[in-house]
Design a protein around this ligand. Structure first.
Ligand code: UDP
Ligand code: MN
Length: 624
C-alpha cells in the first residue's frame, strides 16, 4: 500500500466514524499522526514505497509468543522480539508503548529494505498460515518474516579463526543465488547477509537467477528492491532450468575469479568468504565448502555444528554429513586446517570460475535438482582436483522440511542414474541394488551419457575404485548379503605401476587364446580378476579363463587345473608387486606393442616399474 493509499484509507475511516472529514479534534489528529507513523515505519518499503506482496502480510497477524521469544539470541534480533511481544498484546496501546514499538521498528529498520513485520489487521488462524508456509516453502515462513533481514548469526567460530590473516590480494567472488519461488524474507536475508559480510574488494557481484518463479513478490517488487543494491544483478530465466541449469546460467554471466553457489535461504557469518577464497587462491583445483550450520525450518533458530564434519554419500548416492575420521583428525595441524571431504553439499560451495568451466561445469543433462553435488564431487576428485570443508568459514542454511514427496523426485532418480552410469563403473551394480526406483527406471530408460563419458576420458579421470581406495575408503561394501542372491566375491584390478594402466580382456572373446591387454583403468568387469588357492589368476564370471603364456605373451586360456599343464597357469603374487610365473620364474611385464600395450614374460628386474603391479580390490555382487 502506498503512502497516498494509506492516507485515503485513514481518511475514509475517519469520515465513516464522524461523518465529516474536516472538523478534526486534537485527539483524532494525534491518532492520525500515530497511524501514519506506523504505516511509514512498518508497512512500506522505504525507497520503493511499495507494500511487499506477501500473503501473510495481507492477512496481518500477531505471532504467538512461543515462536517470537525462542528466536536467535543475537542483539539485532531482540528488537524483533520486542515488537512482536508488544504488538501481540492487541489492547489499546498506551502512548509510551506505541512509542517503544516505533522506536524498536526504527532501530532495526534497514535503510535499504525496512520491511518490518508489523501487522495490525486480524488474520486467518496462525496455525493455518504456518501450515501454508510449510506446504509451499518447507519452512515456517511466518517466523522468518518476523526476523530482521539483517540479523547476524552468533559468533561460533573457533577462536583461532579470528586470528587468521588473509592476503589483501585474494581472488574476487561472484555469488550465484538461484531461486524458484523463494520466500521474500529468506531470499533477501541471504542477499543482505552476503552484502553485510563479504568485503567489498573481494565481492565482485551477486547474481540472482530467477528460475521462472511465478509468485508475485518475486516480480516487480524484487526487481525494484534489487535495483537499489550495489553490485547485485537479477537474471530472469524464461524457462524452468532447475538449480543445475540456473547455476550454469549464473556462472556464464559471472565475472569474478571464483564462483560461490549459494542456496536462496542462507545466512553468512562474519568472515566466511576470505578463508574460502584463500584456499582457492593457493590452488585453483580446490573446491571448497564452508561449514554449513543449520537454520531450523520451524523456529529459524541458528544451530551451529560443534563437531567437525565432512560431506559424504552412501550407495544410494544420497549426500550427508558425518564426523571426520580419526586419521583426518591426526593429519590436520590445527583446528583451522581444512578438512578433506569426499563430497560437498549442494547448498554452498566455492570453485574457481575457469576451473569450473574446464572440468565441465554441471552435467547439463541432469534435470532440475538433486545429486548434482555428488556428481561434481566425484568429478573433481577423479579428475585431479580436491574438495575440502574450511572450518573458519561458516554459513547457515535452512534445511527445509518437506511435508510431501517432492514433485521433482523422479528428476533426482534420473540424475542419480546418470551419476552411476558415468562415474561408478561396475560399482553401479551396488547402487542399482540399493535403489529400486533407479533400477526400475534404468530398465525402461537408458540415459545418453556419451558426452559425459567423453569428458571423463578427455580429462583422464581416474576410476571409482580409486575414489574408494584413496578418498572414501569408509564407504563400506554392502554387508547385508541376505538382501542379494549370492555372496560378494573378491576380485581385483591388476594395475600396472609403470604405465598406470590396468590389465583386461575383451569380453567379446568368448573363447580363450586371446591376449590380455592394457587399457585405462575403468574398473569395468573386463578388468576383474580373481586369484585362487591354486595360484591361478582367473577371469570371467560363468566360464572361467586362466592367465597363461603363449610364445612369451600373456593370454587367457581355459583353466587346466588338475592336469599336467597346471604349472603353466600358476603365478606367485609378490608383495613387492611382481607377478612371477611359477614354472619359468619370469615376470609379467607391460610392453608397448605398436599402439597397443600387451603383456609379456620377461626376466624379472626389480627396477622395471612395468613389472610392478598393484592389486586393487573390488567387491562385486553376483548376478541374480
Ligand atoms: N531451485 C531452483 N529451481 C528449482 C529448484 C530449486 O532455482 O527448480 C533453487 C532453490 O530456490 C534453492 C536451490 O535451488 O535456492 C536449492 O534448492 P533447495 O533449497 O530446494 O534444495 P535443498 O537445499 O532442499 O537440497
Ligand atoms: Mn536449500
Amino acid at each position: 500500500m502506498s503512502l497516498a493509499e494509506s492516507l485515503l484509507v485513514v481518511c475514509s475511516m475517519w469520515r465513516r466514524r464522524c461523518g465529516c472529514g474536516l472538523q478534526l479534534s486534537p485527539l483524532y489528529l494525534l491518532l492520525l499522526a500515530l497511524l501514519l507513523l506506523l504505516l511509514l515505519s512498518g508497512h512500506t518499503q522505504p525507497g520503493s514505497g511499495r507494500h511487499i506482496p506477501r500473503a501473510s502480510r495481507q492477512h496481518g497477524q500477531f505471532p504467538p509468543q512461543h515462536t517470537a521469544l525462542e528466536l536467535i539470541p543475537s542483539d539485532s534480533f531482540s528488537d524483533d522480539q520486542f515488537i512482536v511481544a508488544t504488538a501481540r498484546a492487541a489492547r489499546p496501546r498506551s502512548r509510551r508503548r506505541v512509542y517503544r514499538l516505533l522506536r524498536g521498528a526504527r532501530r532495526t529498520q534497514d535503510p535499504r529494505d525496512g520491511s518490518k513485520p508489523l501487522q495490525l489487521k486480524p488474520a486467518p488462524p496462525e496455525r493455518q498460515l504456518e501450515r501454508q508456509g510449510l506446504e509451499t516453502r518447507g519452512f515456517n515462513e511466518l517466523v522468518s518474516e518476523r526476523i530482521s533481514l539483517h540479523r547476524r548469526p552468533p559468533e561460533v567460530r573457533h577462536p583461532l579463526c579470528l586470528q587468521q590473516e588473509y592476503s589483501q590480494n585474494l581472488p574476487t567472488a561472484s555469488i550465484i543465488i538461484c531461486f524458484h519461488n523463494e520466500a521474500w524474507s529468506t531470499l533477501l536475508r541471504t542477499v543482505n547477509s552476503v552484502m553485510d559480510t563479504a568485503p567489498k574488494k573481494f565481492l565482485k557481484e551477486i547474481i540472482l537467477v530467477d528460475d521462472l518463479s511465478d509468485q508475485g513478490h518475486l516480480k516487480a517488487a524484487l526487481s525494484e528492491y534489487i535495483s537499489k543494491l550495489d553490485g547485485v544483478k537479477l537474471i530472469r530465466s524464461n524457462k524452468r532450468l532447475g538449480v543445475i541449469g540456473g547455476r550454469m546460467l549464473g556462472a556464464a554471466r559471472a565475472t569474478g575469479d571464483v564462483l560461490i553457489f549459494m542456496d536462496s535461504h542462507c545466512e553468512c557469518h562474519n568472515g566466511w568468504l576470505e578463508p574460502l577464497l584463500d584456499r582457492i587462491a593457493n590452488d585453483r583445483t580446490r573446491v571448497v565448502s564452508p561449514v554449513i550450520d543449520v537454520i531450523d525450518w520451524k523456529t529459524f533458530q541458528y544451530y551451529h555444528s560443534v563437531d567437525l564434519q565432512r560431506g559424504v554419500f552412501n550407495w544410494n548416492l544420497d549426500f550427508h554429513w558425518e564426523p571426520i575420521p580419526e586419521y583426518e583428525q591426526k593429519w590436520r595441524k590445527s583446528p583451522t586446517s581444512p578438512i578433506q571431504s569426499p563430497a560437498v553439499s549442494g547448498g554452498v560451495l566455492g570453485i574457481n570460475r575457469n576451473y569450473f568451466q574446464n572440468i565441465g561445469e554441471y552435467d547439463p543433462a541432469m534435470v532440475m535438482w538433486g545429486t548434482e553435488n555428488v556428481e561434481l564431487s566425484l568429478r573433481v576428485w577423479l579428475c585431479g582436483g580436491s574438495l575440502e570443508v574450511v572450518p573458519c568459514s561458516r554459513v547457515g542454511h535452512v534445511y527445509r522440511k518437506h511435508l510431501y514427496s517432492l514433485p521433482g523426485e523422479e528428476s533426482v532418480v534420473k540424475n542419480k542414474i546418470r551419476v552411476a552410469e558415468v562415474w561408478l563403473d561396475s560399482f553401479k551394480e551396488i547402487f542399482y541394488k540399493r535403489d529400486t526406483p533407479a533400477y526400475l527406471l534404468r530398465k525402461t530408460e537408458v540415459p545418453d551419457c556419451i558426452e559425459r563419458l567423453q569428458l571423463r576420458q578427455r580429462l583422464s579421470c581416474k576410476n571409482f575404485h580409486w575414489f574408494l581406495t584413496n578418498v572414501y575408503p569408509e564407504l563400506s561394501m554392502p554387508e547385508d548379503k541376505s538382501r542379494y542372491s549370492g555372496a560378494a566375491r573378491q576380485r581385483f584390478l591388476l594395475h600396472n605401476i609403470g604405465t598406470g594402466y590396468c590389465a583386461g580382456y575383451q569380453t567379446k572373446w568368448s573363447t580363450g587364446g586371446h591376449p590380455v591387454a592394457l587399457a585405462p583403468c575403468s574398473g569395468n568387469g573386463n578388468q576383474h580378476f580373481e586369484y585362487n588357492s591354486f595360484k591361478e589368476i582367473q577371469f570371467g564370471a560363468i566360464v572361467k579363463f586362466c592367465i597363461d603364456v603363449r610364445n612369451e605373451q600373456i593370454v587367457l586360456q581355459n583353466c587346466h587345473r588338475g592336469n599336467k599343464m597346471e604349472s603353466e597357469q600358476q603365478w606367485d603374487m609378490q608383495k613387492s608387486g611382481e607377478i612371477i610365473h611359477v614354472s619359468t620364474g619370469k615376470c609379467i611385464e607391460a610392453i608397448k606393442n605398436g599402439t597397443s600395450k600387451d603383456l609379456f614374460l620377461r626376466q624379472c628386474n626389480k627396477y622395471t616399474t612395468q613389472q610392478l603391479w598393484r592389486l586393487e580390490t573390488v567387491t562385486v555382487m553376483n548376478k541374480r
